[in-house]
Structure formats: structure tokens, C-alpha cells
Design a protein around this ligand. Structure first.
Ligand SMILES: Cc1cc2nc3c(=O)[nH]c(=O)nc-3n(C[C@H](O)[C@H](O)[C@H](O)COP(=O)(O)OP(=O)(O)OC[C@H]3O[C@@H](n4cnc5c(N)ncnc54)[C@H](O)[C@@H]3O)c2cc1C
Length: 336
């Protein structure tokens, strides 16, 4: 199916998660981390056997997971991450290690409390040679929810938003994982340490390994638009129903009759409509992308993400200023 997930399933998942996000953005992100990043990495980068082994537990949440790519020292520049995965030829295991303080995994959604597993990205070393960034499945907490041996976890603490998501930090101290826990759909290491990959070009291989992030970007575009719509709907309802001033000696008129008010709301509404058309088109292009790797969707989703998030910020600012008292009540009512 499309994106390696199955067309109908991906669409149902997006509809579900976007609807949840209209009411609880943190829950949307928490689910997005588990299904959209952790599971999607295994779907796209795992072998058929690995998908069969792990996906049932991921689907019923008996295997809660997170996605550990970013490090304290490297965010946008993913290629520079410092975590190492050294193949031990004697035992046939991979040894995951955070060699410096800046190698700690940082901002990892679900890591501080919920996750028992992670898909972690690390520089693969075989016989001293660095073969670049590769994905591994690591158990970070045991049955009693205590950190696994060699794993240290800390909470990122209070954030200025999205506090329903437990972002955390992870350190690996010579953590040994079995040979079959390197995600081997694209690249693999045989028991004797021979490295093979279906993508020979290292640039293309790197891009393919980050493909799980494209779905995340598409969903951030749609989620941002939804938040802009919620804010603007509140502001518009207020502007239509709230009456103030009016011609001398006549009835008061709705706020929306005032040009100064229209100028604040209408451009934001028009931009939201256009961005909605664009994000729906982007979603269709993503569903149609059979391999889950598309340069066009990658570039468009990155551009739209910047546009949609900045627009949401501006639209919510308008919403926040105009019907302040009523909007506070609206969100209080939603929250309860
Ligand atoms: C709430 C939250 C949840 C997150 N969840 C996860 C998660 O679950 N798993 C995970 O792995 N990561 C997660 N992240 C991390 C996220 O992926 C990184 O924050 C992101 O990759 C950016 O990295 P950075 O924060 O280090 O910013 P930096 O890379 O330091 O960038 C800082 C600023 O510089 C700009 N910049 C950087 N490079 C360039 C350049 N070449 N040209 C122009 N401008 C540039 C950036 O756009 C940005 O504005 C999360 C982050 C947040 C805030």
C-alpha cells in the first residue's frame, strides 16, 4: 500500500489523529510519536520479519514506544549525531553508546514516562569504519518500567506548551542489543560483519532513513491548519454575535461590521482557506507516494510546515487579542 502502511489505514489514522488534535493537542502528539514515528520507522525501515515481530505489540500499545533521533548537540543537522552503534564481532551484538554529554538523546516525546521501547538512530561502526546513521530498536524500560541496564532517562521538564507530552532525555552506556534489532529493511549487517544495503548511494540511503519524518511533517501542516481554524471560528463567532457602538441613536452593530475588525480577521481566514486546500493536496500526494520516499513531498512538506505553523501562530494571536474573555471561556469549556 501507499507509504508502506496501506492507503485506507493511513487515511483513517490521519482522520482519527486530526480529530483528537482538535480537542487535545498533546494527546495527538503523544499518539503521533508512538504510531507516526516509532511504528512508522519499523514499518518503513524494518524487514518483513521485524514488522511481524513488533507491530502487533505496537498496535495494542503493549509495546509503548518513542523515536530517538535528536541529540542535545545535533537537531536539524541529523547527520552529526554522536551516538554510536558498534558491531561486536565476537558476540554478534550492537553496542549502543553516548560518548559525550552532547550525544544524549534530547526532546524525545514519550521518553520521560510512557515509552518502554525506542527506535534510536546512531552512527554504525564495523571494524572501526563509520558507515553513517542507522536505526536500531532498543528496549529502554523493563517490565516494571525501570530503565533497562545501561540506559539513563530524565524528563526535559516544564515546557512553554504541549506539557501533556512527556519529552525526555536518554543516555546509553554500552547498551548491548541483539543482532536482529538493527532495522534491516534497507541496510543490514551479517553475523560476520559484512554490511549490505539496497541503496548504494549513501546520500539517498540517509534520506530514505529519515522518511518517517515526512509523514510527521504532513501531519504538523494539517494539525496547524486545524488549530488556526478553531481559533478563527471562535473569533468570527464572537465578531458576529458581539454588538458594540453603532450609528448615533440607532441599534448597536456587530463587531464584524467594522472595517478595522474585518482587516484583522479576513486575511487570516483567506490564508487559512488557501492553506487548507494546499495541505489537503499535500496529503493526497503523500498517500499516492507508494515507496514512502518522494523528493517532491519532502520539499513541499518542509515548506508547508514552515508556512502553516507561522500562519497558525499569527491567526491564534488575532484570535487571542480579539475575543479574549470569550476565547478563554471557550478553551476552558473544551478542556472540561
Ligand atoms: C516539543 C518537541 C518535541 C520533539 N520531539 C522529538 C522526538 O520525539 N524525537 C526526536 O528525535 N526529536 C524531537 N524533537 C526535536 C526536534 O526534532 C528538533 O528540535 C529539531 O530537529 C530542531 O533541532 P534543534 O532544536 O536542535 O534546533 P537547531 O538545529 O539548533 O536549530 C535552531 C534554529 O536554527 C535554524 N537552523 C538550523 N540549521 C539551519 C540552516 N542550515 N540554515 C538556516 N537555519 C538553520 C533552525 O530552523 C532553527 O530555527 C522535538 C522537539 C520539540 C520542540
Amino acid at each position: 500500500g501507499s507509504n508502506g502502511i496501506g492507503r485506507g489505514l493511513q487515511e483513517k489514522y490521519d482522520a482519527t489523529i486530526e480529530s483528537i488534535g482538535m480537542f487535545d493537542h498533546s494527546l495527538e502528539v503523544a499518539m503521533g510519536v508512538h504510531y507516526g514515528l516509532f511504528a512508522a520507522t519499523i514499518v518503513r525501515l524494518g524487514s518483513a520479519e521485524q514488522r511481524e515481530r513488533w507491530l502487533p505489540g505496537i498496535a495494542d500499545y503493549s509495546m509503548p514506544g518513542c523515536f530517538a533521533l535528536t541529540e542535545l548537540g545535533h537537531g536539524s543537522n541529523v547527520r552529526g549525531i554522536e551516538t554510536t552503534a558498534t558491531f561486536d564481532l565476537d558476540s554478534g551484538e550492537f553496542v549502543l553508546h553516548s560518548p559525550t554529554e552532547t550525544a544524549q538523546k534530547y526532546w524525545i516525546g514519550g521518553a520521560a514516562e510512557a515509552a518502554k521501547w525506542t527506535t534510536a538512530f546512531a552512527q554504525l561502526y564495523i571494524r572501526g569504519e563509520n558507515l553513517g546513521v542507522h536505526p536500531f530498536v532498543i528496549r529502554i524500560r523493563d517490565e516494571n518500567h525501570a530503565p533497562s541496564p545501561g540506559v539513563t532517562i530524565a524528563d526535559c521538564g516544564h515546557k512553554c506548551g504541549l506539557n501533556g507530552v512527556d519529552n525526555g532525555r536518554i543516555w546509553f552506556d554500552q547498551v548491548r542489543i541483539p543482532h536482529d534489532q538493527m532495522l534491516s529493511g534497507l541496510s543490514s549487517v551479517s553475523r560476520d560483519g559484512t554490511y549490505t544495503s539496497v541503496i548504494k548511494n549513501s546520500e539517498q540511503r540517509f534520506s530514505a532513513q529519515l522518511a518517517a519524518l515526512t509523514g510527521g511533517r504532513v501531519s504538523i501542516v494539517c494539525g496547524s491548519n486545524n488549530q488556526a481554524k478553531i481559533g478563527l471560528a471562535t473569533a468570527l463567532k464572537y465578531a458576529i454575535s458581539r454588538k458594540a457602538f453603532g450609528p448615533p441613536g440607532r441599534e448597536e452593530v456587530p463587531l464584524l461590521y467594522y472595517q478595522s475588525h474585518q482587516i484583522r480577521l479576513m486575511p487570516a481566514l483567506a490564508t487559512t482557506c488557501v492553506l487548507s486546500l494546499g495541505s489537503n493536496k499535500l496529503k493526497q500526494m503523500w498517500y499516492a507516494c507508494k515507496s514512502g520516499v518522494s523528493r517532491e513531498v519532502h520539499v513541499l512538506s518542509a515548506g508547508y510546515k514552515a508556512l502553516a505553523t507561522m500562519h497558525m501562530r499569527d491567526a491564534l494571536q488575532v484570535h487571542h487579542i480579539i475575543p479574549f474573555v470569550y476565547s478563554s471561556f471557550f478553551f476552558w469549556a473544551l478542556g472540561s
